[in-house]
Ligand binder design. Structure first.
Ligand code: ZN
Length: 200
């Protein structure tokens, strides 16, 4: 990607707004201890959320070397329904109550697809841990997510409205779950296939 006065990302890595206006605010150069490896660091600001994205390049070229943070992507190996829910949860983090419901739906869809279709989200998570689909640690993490998600779905009058940080935490769990039960096994399978081919 070329670094110009704007950063042409499909979505802001912070607020996930589509077609964001992310403009160059400030840049500076650094080198290593031997005055070598000079890189220019560019701070880009999202006009929607004010979040800063940092990109680096060499002085001789406008091509980006690194971009932090990376925009969140949803891997293709996740089953379609869960993938759609997860994608929409990421895209609506600026509307936290809706985002949390979508993330909970993504978690629910993933567990159902793995054969844990019975009972509440709590029961499904517990069953998934008992059957070692997820670890006990993930179950513990999930239970904390579930409480917040249920706050939204049951519209408890006493529950405070969630903020973006609450939504980010739950989306982060949904992504970790997807990574654990789909993305990593898929990578492992690809690795096995690759080494098989090389051996032959
Ligand atoms: Zn933004």
């Amino acid at each position: 990607m070329k670094l110009t006065n704007t950063l042409n990302l499909k979505r802001c890595p912070h607020c996930n707004i589509a077609s964001p206006n992310i403009y160059l605010q400030h840049q500076f150069a650094t080198t290593d201890a031997n005055d070598q490896n000079e890189r220019i660091w560019c701070n880009y600001v999202c006009s929607n959320c004010g979040g800063v994205t940092l990109a680096s390049k060499y002085r001789s070229s406008d091509i980006a070397l690194e971009i932090f943070p990376q925009p969140q992507i949803v891997e293709d190996c996740i089953p379609e329904k869960a993938k759609q829910f997860l994608q929409q949860a990421i895209e609506t983090i600026h509307a936290p109550a809706g985002s949390i419901m979508l993330a909970a739906s993504a978690i629910d869809a993933m567990l159902q697809e793995k054969g844990f279709g019975k009972g509440s989200l709590y029961t499904k998570i517990q069953d998934a841990a008992t059957d070692h689909l997820i670890t006990e640690g993930m179950a513990q993490w999930a239970h904390q997510i579930r409480l917040e998600a249920n706050d939204q779905r049951h519209a408890d009058a006493d529950a405070a409205l969630p903020n973006e940080e609450d939504a980010k935490r739950i989306v982060e769990f949904a992504q970790a779950l997807a990574e654990f039960i789909y993305v990593l096994p898929n990578k492992v399978n690809q690795g096995i296939e690759k080494t098989k081919e090389q051996k032959q």
